[in-house]
Design a protein around this ligand. Structure first.
Ligand code: SF4
Length: 681
């Protein structure tokens, strides 16, 4: 130990979905510094957030006591008083209005154990399937699209496998900013293994510097260019007929649907030059293997599920599934977004994606949980629950570790909806923008103060370990929920998180072989169906989860909102390296805030000139839903006609402007495209 440190605790980073392994170095019950652990997936590396973004753990601003809102502000109360108020209210609503007037929002920042207990609480105590989480805003379309194509909605190949790819197609992912350590695998593959990199993104991103091809489609035209690539591959006989014949169905439907997508037609829809499209199709098809890596530039659209299915079509067309260096690889944004989905933090499925509508499944779950009358009705999504509050179709919300007042589209409307609730309970580690609207606020522990597991983007289940004591009276999420269940007369009692994982394994087939002992050294990739099963780094090797892979004929649809004379620019939103999600943790870290203290409007020099704006000036950006002011940042990253804003900041919140139009299948909002106008003030 150095610097008088007394302990070194191995755990998992609490930020992005890469799930880097790290050591917390402890002195006097405080985290002194963080270093990377020399094991998978990061092999010692950490990015700036993981390495330095830990001030928040010991921040003076942490919530330390339960709070109840009164006329003149919040009053500190005991746990008993806070939980009794919530329990009485939930019990009354359940009896008077019915369980489906309540909802629970869980979080990709909670552990698997926390998420499991929260969905069990919603289903067995509240008796509703109204439970959802922020995957609805980032990868709901991945879950829906890949499940429809392959039978399983997750990253198909492990992170380290990127180095086995001969061609890497990155689209809708600013990987160096959002998944920094993973981007190192891409750069190493290009530099040392001579992999060929294709970047398809309207914005110039760091990876474009390493790319052999950079295509710059109009935002919202993904299906068109993906269909265009497949059109060329088929026309030039570059597809894999053996794979298609042996392992897939509905190829003829796909083939027919691709006929119109000639390079000329695709150029007219996307702005991608014909020659560039043809050359890119040839590179991808010549990969053997080629890997597709994507993120929210694909998913956050009203056509999000179609975009994902189209990428699945492309990979199957060339036979790049179930092999090293291939696959379709969605990068999950937050540390446990994969796990929150796996644990059934979704309105239509129990843990392990078992449908709530299936009577056999329901009977099994009733037996396992020793309850009767689980609801057969799929619940509402977060994008349905919050608007439903405006009409009193939802009367109470229990929000754990989420901050929709910054993260959800059309924040002005979100605020009206949340203020219309009879009871809003917010459980978090800080007083968030959403917490300020709550009737009851509950103080929770952060990742350094609890035991449990996170499942990273590559389906690797990994341990987190308690390193320091929580501040004040803060408690772990699952402990709070179990105490609340007790107040409502329902016994939910566990000795520790290990006991919860044992129950998870007993009801979740893909986690059946998982124990804390087995996770001690390295994580395990699910599916891990037995205690002696080694886990499954690559999915769909012999057969797809569904048996055969399914091709889908997908037609291009324009985004829900297009530019017009009044709103002539497109706004697209995204993330920055130095901030994380709604800033709850990173904005409590001095160094990160010094580098990225405020929002900005990234714009091309031509668009700025047309609007009479200079770099650094404050401008007003408005959409049909609202207006924000932020500093202009003229950048070569921006393409003419499109401006970019990071969504992290509550001040100048990009989501004041964004559109609530939903993908009809996944109910994900179109956060990546809306029409805006810019004004010099
Ligand atoms: Fe944490 Fe992601 Fe950075 Fe790794 S890449 S240190 S998981 S934020």
């Amino acid at each position: 130990p150095r610097y008088g440190e007394t302990e070194k605790v191995r755990t998992t980073c609490s930020y992005c979905g890469v799930g880097c392994q790290m050591h917390l170095h402890i002195k006097d019950n405080r985290v002194q510094r963080i270093t990377g652990a020399d094991t998978a997936p990061n092999n010692g590396s950490l990015c700036v957030k993981g390495r330095f973004g830990y001030d928040f753990i010991h921040s003076e601003e942490r919530l330390t006591h339960p709070l109840i809102r009164e006329k003149d502000g919040f009053r500190k109360v005991s746990w008993d008083e806070a939980l009794k108020k919530i329990a009485d209210h939930f019990t009354k609503i359940k009896l008077q209005d019915g369980p489906d007037k309540m909802g629970v929002l869980v979080s990709a920042r909670m552990t698997n154990e926390d998420n499991y207990i929260a969905q069990k609480f919603a289903r067995t105590v509240l008796k509703t399937n109204n439970i959802d989480h922020c995957a609805r805003l980032c990868h709901a379309s991945t879950v829906a699209g890949l499940a429809a194509s392959f039978g399983s909605g997750a990253m198909t190949n492990p992170i380290a496998d990127i180095e086995n790819a001969r061609v890497i197609l990155v689209t809708g992912s600013n990987t160096t900013e959002t998944h920094p350590v993973l981007s190192g695998f891409i750069k190493r593959a290009v530099k040392f293994n001579k992999a060929r990199l294709i970047v398809i993104d309207p914005r110039q991103i760091t990876l474009t510097r390493f790319a052999e091809k950079w295509l710059r489609p109009e935002p919202g035209t993904n299906v068109a260019w993906i269909n265009g690539l497949m059109h060329v591959i088929l026309k030039e006989n570059l597809h894999d007929p053996d794979f298609i014949r042996q392992r897939t169905i509905d190829f003829d439907k796909l083939k027919k649907s691709l006929e119109p997508y000639t390079p000329e037609y695709v150029a007219s829809l996307t702005g991608i030059k014909e020659k560039a499209l043809i050359e890119t199709a040839r590179i991808y098809a010549a990969g053997a293997p080629s890997s597709i890596i994507y993120c929210m530039g694909i998913t956050q659209h009203s056509s999000g599920t179609d975009n994902v299915k189209a990428l699945a079509n492309l990979a199957m067309l060339c036979g790049y599934m179930g092999i090293e260096g291939g696959g379709v690889n969605p990068l999950r944004g937050q540390n446990n977004v994969q796990g929150a989905c796996d644990m059934g933090g979704l309105p239509n499925v129990y843990p392990g994606y078992k449908p709530v509508t299936d009577p056999v499944v329901r009977a099994d779950m009733e037996k396992a949980w020793q309850v009767a009358d689980l609801s057969p009705i799929p619940g509402m999504t977060v994008t349905e629950m919050i608007p439903a509050a405006a009409e009193k179709k939802i009367k109470s919300l229990y929000i754990i570790g989420e901050n929709p007042m910054v993260s959800d589209p059309d924040i002005g409307h979100v605020k009206k909806c949340l203020k219309n609730l009879d009871l809003l309970v917010v459980q978090d580690i800080f007083m968030t923008e959403t917490g300020k609207l709550a009737h009851v606020v509950l103080p929770a522990t952060c990742f350094a103060e609890k035991n449990g597991t996170f499942t990273n983007t590559e389906r690797r289940i990994q341990r987190i370990r308690k390193a320091v004591s929580p501040p004040g009276n803060a408690l772990g999420d699952w402990q709070i929920i179990c105490r609340l269940a007790g107040q409502m007369g329902m016994g939910m009692s566990y000795k520790n998180s290990r006991e919860i994982m044992d129950e998870i394994a007993s009801v979740t087939p893909s986690y059946a072989g998982v124990t804390y002992e087995r996770l001690e050294e390295k994580g395990i990739h699910w599916p891990c169906p037995q205690k002696d099963h080694p886990g499954t780094p690559i999915l769909h090797q012999e057969t797809f989860t569904n048996g055969k892979g399914v091709f889908h004929a997908i037609e291009f649809r324009v985004p829900a909102e297009e530019t017009c004379p009044e709103y002539p620019l497109i706004l697209t939103t995204g993330r920055l390296l130095y901030q994380y999600h709604t800033g709850t943790m990173t904005m409590k870290t001095a160094g990160l805030n010094e580098i990225a203290p405020e929002s900005h409007i990234e714009i091309s020099s031509e668009d700025a000139q047309n609007a009479g704006l200079r770099d650094g000036e404050i401008a007003e950006l408005s959409s049909r839903r609202g207006m924000v002011t932020a500093r202009i940042s003229i950048s070569p990253k921006a393409v003419n006609g499109t401006v970019f804003m990071p969504f992290h900041y509550a001040r100048a919140a990009a989501n004041v402007l964004t559109n609530t139009a939903l993908d009809p299948v996944a109910k994900i909002p179109e956060l990546k495209v809306c029409a805006v106008k810019l004004r010099n003030i």
